[in-house]
Design a protein around this ligand. Sequence first.
Ligand code: FES
Length: 154
Amino acid sequence: MTRFTVNGQPIEYRLDPETPLLWALRDASNLTGTKYGCGTGQCGACTVHVDGRAVRSCQIPIRRLEGSFVTTIEALSPDRSHPIQQAWVAESVPQCGFCQPGMIMAAAALLEQSAAPTDAEIDAAITNICPCGTFPRVREAIRRAGRVRGGEET
Ligand code: FES
């Protein structure tokens, strides 16, 4: 049994300890906002927060999460009022949408570390892959969210 907190709720997972977090979330907790893309740590579609840091959940066996706090896209902001979510809408970021939960989780973690990240910081932090090529809008949305959080914009 592995115990950790998911979206504010303590959970005991009775799964093989080697089960990747992605599958514990999707199959055992029915949190399907976190996506399976490559399964090899490359694409970032499976990005969630563990103890506030963006991680690729397909690469983390649940045995490593005992006592951790996991946040998924479902709980980033239940009413979608997080500045990054509002910026995503304002900049019309999504195209097909599949990779966007992971993108948003990576961007939200970046904004916690740097309120107004530079383009270089954005490029270094957001290594998620978007086959539709939404990167310019992703970058602009992160800049916008930074400005909103800094009080420069509403
Ligand atoms: Fe985890 Fe692609 S599914 S990085």
